[in-house]
Design a protein around this ligand. Structure first.
Ligand code: ADP
Ligand code: MG
Length: 243
């Protein structure tokens, strides 16, 4: 399977504190990888390093065979390829739903507005938000905002989507609608890397589950093994605590 991204000996420190320690893993085309682990274990920092929202202290982030920490591709273009969906949605509050999905295509991908609007409409339709194109973010619910954020990321035609706890800020009754959209994306073959506390979702949808503990990958295996027969004692302890 073609590797989209590969991380070699990735290390990240903030001042004296080493937050990621010798991380090695890769994501292949079409894979859905869920990342689980306690708060503070480094999950967000890992996603942010993959997206270059944080610059790793050392190691390699290899994208289609090239270390992106060395190559010339602009960060904005690379970030479009590795779309990110955040816990707090991060929509532009002054723009309506449609323009939220158009602006990046025009500014970063240099598409013309008509083509960008068409693409945006297609993805807003896909997430069930096409009837809200004129709404401002404050006029829609959290679940709807997150679906718009997913459509916005998809509008950039990414090769992979990175999700950082996409349902953690939602009221419980809105979690399902977002997970449903994500499950459909997974089925459609989109490559996804998802930090989540939704263990039932991870078990159901992931091809692989990565357990992070204190800045290291303690377990990286198929869901059945991670949830039913983990090799690492710390994985067992974590799962016992949350399941
Ligand atoms: P998780 O997403 O698993 O909860 P994070 O990646 O957010 O973990 O954080 C891992 C560790 O790195 C935590 O101890 C956190 O306080 C620290 N950290 C994260 N971002 C920064 C930052 N910008 N400056 C200093 N410390 C940070
Ligand atoms: Mg986090």
């Amino acid at each position: 399977m073609e590797k989209i991204i590969e991380i070699n000996h990735l290390q990240k420190s903030f001042g004296e504190i080493e937050v990621l320690k010798d991380i090695n893993f890769s994501v292949s085309k079409g894979e859905v990888v869920c990342i689980i682990g306690s708060s503070g274990s480094g999950k967000s920092t890992l996603l942010r390093c993959l997206n270059l929202l944080e610059i790793p202290s050392s190691g390699e982030v290899v994208y289609h065979g090239q270390n992106i920490l060395e190559q010339k591709m602009s960060n904005a273009v690379y970030r479009a390829k590795m779309g990110m969906v955040f816990q707090q949605f991060n929509l532009f509050n002054n723009l309506n739903v449609l323009d939220n999905c158009v602006i990046g295509q025009v500014k970063v991908l240099k598409k013309n507005t008509a083509a960008a609007k068409k693409t945006a409409m297609d993805y807003l339709e896909l997430v069930g938000m096409s009837q809200f194109i004129n709404a401002k973010p404050h006029q829609i619910s959290g679940g709807q905002k997150q679906r718009v954020a997913i459509a916005r990321a998809l509008s950039m035609e990414p090769e992979a989507l990175l999700f950082d706890e996409p349902t953690s800020a939602l009221d419980p009754e809105m979690v399902g609608e977002v997970l449903k959209v994500m499950k459909n994306l997974a089925k459609s073959g989109l490559t996804m890397l998802i930090v989540t506390h939704e263990m039932a979702f991870a078990r159901d949808v992931a091809n692989r589950v990565v357990f992070m503990d204190s800045g290291v990958i303690a377990e990286d295996d198929v869901p059945d093994v991670v949830f039913n027969n983990p090799s690492n004692e710390r994985t067992r302890t974590f799962l016992k605590r949350i399941l």
